[in-house]
Design a binder for this molecule. Structure first.
Ligand SMILES: [Cu+2]
Length: 234
């Protein structure tokens, strides 16, 4: 009996997992053409692993680059199963509450870069304590989509764009936070000369960060500290 219950709980959990898989440039749907799609929807849990860069297998190239003008918006899109863009299903299911963050990294060639370069954050949405709303609650309400603006002043050239959400439902345990990320291969046109300083993955996060080892269910939980560097303001 206990075995069956545990197996059902495990199946339910796995079914709710997800990957960022599509990208929109402005209003144009690029589908997954420039996404380094993760092999499956399992989370990364070790912040010290190279998998924290671009997910398991995500350090190698996949497909094409998407071209985007500096100052333009892109929309990253997450779903539970590959290619299943059904908006009636949650993007990330079952209480997998947590922040949404997007980073960029300037690289020589987005189709071969391994993600070891420096990353700057361009977007974050953590927790609104007034409405008790998480960043990925909004993702779920918006068919898995999060729109972000490419900074207008960054230098033109190739970048990796790293979309991430963290599920914190079991994050009160050591290494209980679940990281879901996908890297997209971009070429940025226009722009200026800014080359924002950033952080490395691994390195940007520690397993003991207050936004990573955190009990979101406790009575004392009122505010959430988003991990990683501040957002580059341009
Ligand atoms: Cu999970």
């Amino acid at each position: 009996m206990r075995t069956i219950a545990a197996a059902l709980a495990l199946a339910a959990t796995a079914a709710s997992h997800a990957t960022f898989q599509e990208l929109w440039v402005g209003s144009e749907d690029e589908v997954s053409t420039c996404a380094r799609l993760p092999a499956n929807n399992n989370p990364v849990t070790n912040v010290a692993s190279n998998d924290i860069r671009c997910n398991v297998g995500g350090t190698t190239a996949a497909g094409a680059k998407c071209s985007v003008a500096a100052g333009e918006s892109v929309t990253v899109e997450m779903h539970q199963q590959p290619g299943d863009r059904d908006c009636t299903k949650e993007a990330l299911g079952g209480n997998h509450f947590g922040p949404v963050m997007v980073y960029m990294s300037k690289v020589d060639d987005a189709s071969s870069a391994d993600g070891s370069s420096s990353w700057f954050k361009i977007f974050e949405d953590g927790y609104d304590s007034a409405t008790k709303t998480w960043g990925n609650d909004k993702l779920n309400k918006n068919c898995g989509k999060q729109e972000v603006t490419i900074p207008a002043d960054i230098a033109p050239g190739d970048y990796l764009l790293r979309a991430e959400t963290i599920a914190l439902h079991t994050a009160s345990q050591a290494n209980g936070a679940q990281f879901y990320m996908t890297c997209y291969q971009l070429t940025v046109t226009g722009g200026g000369s800014a080359n924002p300083t950033g952080v490395k993955f691994p390195g940007a996060y520690s397993a003991s960060d207050p936004g990573i080892k955190v009990d979101i269910w406790g009575n004392s939980f009122t505010e959430y500290t988003i991990p990683g560097p501040p957002v580059y303001s341009g």
